[in-house]
Design a binder for this molecule. Structure first.
Ligand SMILES: Nc1nc2c(ncn2[C@@H]2O[C@H](COP(=O)(O)OP(=O)(O)OP(=O)(O)O)[C@@H](O)[C@H]2O)c(=O)[nH]1
Ligand SMILES: [Mg+2]
Length: 198
């Protein structure tokens, strides 16, 4: 599978026809700064298509990117703002969390898969667990993607694996990778594009 084209379509902050125009979504959620936008760039092999940043809170809208593969499969890859950014006011944090809740529980959205990204060094936080619970209730398919694996040694990786297995539903698919170094990004990419989940 190769990507024929990847193009930014639009950013939304609420109700919009793009949510349910019949194109399946693969969405990226996670705490602020875990590397959602970097993951999207690494997967698409386009370094600068998605804006990333050192300062958390870089992505503020739900951004839709239209992808067409060489096999003419069309999908939206959806980059969401991060949750839990401490420097925002409580009101701003709540507004962002509400927007993400709205997206991941939307009954009419054509969400094929949600990829919940965590920072391997931080692990699963309380707010991640809240969003996992919401996706379970809404009946959405999701995977866990542990990014920044380059920041931790083997011992910490083993510890993280044990923790995740203890905390999430059995059978949930987990990926350990680095968007920066490219490690295991091919595995994640293939899974996101595979028809097996449909
Ligand atoms: N060490 C390391 N740093 C990474 C990796 N992926 C992303 N980063 C860094 O993490 C920071 C945040 O990256 P973004 O991709 O903007 O993160 P985001 O989750 O989209 O952030 P928000 O949009 O603010 O929620 C940047 O400084 C990236 O360079 C990785 O695999 N390893
Ligand atoms: Mg971002």
């Amino acid at each position: 599978m190769n990507i024929h084209s990847a193009q930014f379509i639009k950013g939304v902050v609420g109700e919009d026809g793009i949510m349910y125009d019949g194109t399946p979504h693969v969405a990226f959620i996670g705490r602020s700064n875990v590397g959602k936008s970097s993951t999207l760039n690494a997967i698409l092999e386009r370094k600068k298509l998605v804006k990333t940043g050192r300062t958390p809170g870089k992505t503020r809208e739900i951004n839709f990117f239209k992808l067409i593969t060489d096999k003419q499969q069309v999908s939206y890859f959806v980059d969401l703002p991060g949750y839990g950014y401490a420097k925002l006011s409580k009101k701003q944090r709540e507004e962002l969390a509400d927007l993400i809740r709205w997206y991941i529980t939307h009954p009419e959205a054509d969400t094929a898969l949600i990829c919940l990204i965590i920072d391997s060094k931080v692990g699963l936080s309380a707010i991640d667990k809240e969003f996992i619970h919401l996706m379970d209730i809404a009946g959405k398919d999701y995977i866990i993607a542990a990014n920044k694996i380059d920041k931790i040694n083997q011992k910490s990786q083993n510890k993280l694996k044990k923790e995740l297995l203890a905390e999430i539903k059995p059978g949930t698919k987990i990926f350990y990778y680095s968007a920066h170094k490219g490690k295991n990004i091919n595995l994640l990419r293939e899974y996101l594009f595979s028809g097996s989940r449909e």
